[in-house]
Design a protein around this ligand. Structure first.
Ligand code: GUN
Length: 281
């Protein structure tokens, strides 16, 4: 029987801490502000963006959602980013991904001032993370580290296995686990004998975007299992990358989907916006 890592509860605790700091900053005359740009009509992106706005309101931050048309040109988007880079009431800027095909994602990320890049997607912020000197950490990996720390799970000396090598989750979480002195292995679609590797894991992080991919036979008794997956089943239900029914009985700790890693992402975005506001003050 695994202990369930309650991402909603931990997220609520951190939001309370953030709200207290925001109240303090407001008393001193600064309201942290986040601008979120969405280009086009992607329904999932619209939900994420709305939730980011709600998260800001919950902790007392200012937010501005900027909706741009599907046919927006790259030049128009870059001009909007320039305008936000110059604004003193906006401390964080986030451009919701994916972007329409006429726009070069890398050029857009590079246009955001690194001091306002609260996603921590730009080259400079990724470099700072590698060096261990970052002000902002990418939100989902930072959220996972908070879940581990606040559940009393030590990383130092542990065998950590990450399945997935995306720029948003797999690569950065591997780096953060390493920074905490974990022994880290990164697996991906070309990995041979995947189950042999995953069975070594004391801490297993799964971020591949395939429903119920990790099954009980791939997990060591007593492992900590972190499921980053968010997949929609045919019946509309949300499910992770981990087959919860077969893995939960073997794990010591497990994150559910929904209610595990998911709630932490926006919370860490709020934390990064608070940090940005403090730095720019
Ligand atoms: N699209 C899906 N996840 C994210 C995220 O964390 N940040 C941004 N900007 N876009 C996303």
């Amino acid at each position: 029987m695994a202990q369930i890592i309650d991402g909603k509860k931990i997220s609520a605790q951190i939001r309370e801490e953030i709200a207290a700091e925001v109240a303090q900053m407001k008393a001193e005359g600064t309201v942290p502000g986040l601008a979120v740009i969405i280009v086009g009509e992607n329904p999932a992106s619209k939900v994420y963006v709305r939730n980011k706005g709600k998260g800001c309101a919950e902790v007392g931050m200012y937010s501005e959602i900027i909706e741009m048309a599907e046919e927006t040109t790259q030049a128009e988007l870059l001009a909007k980013i320039d305008e936000l880079n110059a604004r003193r009431d906006i401390h964080g800027i986030l451009v919701q991904l994916p972007l329409p095909k006429q726009i070069d994602e890398r050029a857009v990320i590079a246009a955001i001032s690194p001091s306002k890049d609260v996603d921590a997607f730009c080259v400079e912020n990724i470099g700072e993370m590698m060096l261990g000197t970052a002000d902002f950490l990418p939100c989902t990996p930072a959220g996972i580290m908070q879940l581990l720390a606040r559940s009393g799970i030590e990383v130092a000396g542990k065998e950590c296995v990450v399945i997935g090598r995306s720029n948003i989750v797999g690569k950065p979480i591997s780096q953060l686990l390493l920074a905490e002195n974990g022994t880290v292995t990164i697996c991906h679609s070309k990995t041979k004998n995947l189950a042999e590797v995953t069975r070594r894991a004391d801490i297993l992080v799964v971020a591949i975007g395939r429903a119920d991919f990790v099954t009980g036979d791939m997990v060591k008794d007593g492992a900590v299992v972190i499921d980053v997956g968010m997949n929609r089943r045919a019946d509309g239900k949300l499910t992770g990358d981990v087959d919860y029914a077969s893995v939960e009985p073997k794990a010591s700790f497990i994150t559910p989907v929904p209610g595990g890693v998911g709630p932490m992402t926006i919370t860490m975005l709020l934390k990064n916006t608070l940090t940005a506001a403090k730095k720019q003050k």
